[in-house]
Design a protein. Structure first.
Length: 85
């Protein structure tokens, strides 16, 4: 299992467009990806659940990647966060 934390820098946080792009990125891997804000964690493949977290600029999320390709998935998803969020 791989985890990393990321503080959102996008001025509007995780809204529809970046959430949709994140789902597309996660679909590239077989590992299970979970995004958590505080005590609430959701599967990163669930667009509405991601948006339901209400993640805003300046908030820190914890991303957990678990599965056969977790090393590649964690690296790819962390790079996605840095480039898009």
């Amino acid at each position: 299992m791989k985890t990393f934390e990321y503080t959102i820098t996008d001025p509007v946080g995780i809204h529809a467009r970046p959430a949709g792009l994140l789902v597309k990125e996660v679909k590239k891997y077989t590992s299970t990806v979970t995004v958590a804000k505080g005590e609430k964690a959701v599967n990163a493949l669930k667009l509405m659940a991601l948006m339901g977290l209400g993640i805003k600029q300046g908030e820190t999320v914890k991303v957990t990647v678990e599965g056969a390709d977790e090393d590649a998935a964690a690296a790819g998803i962390e790079a996605f966060f840095k480039a898009n969020l």
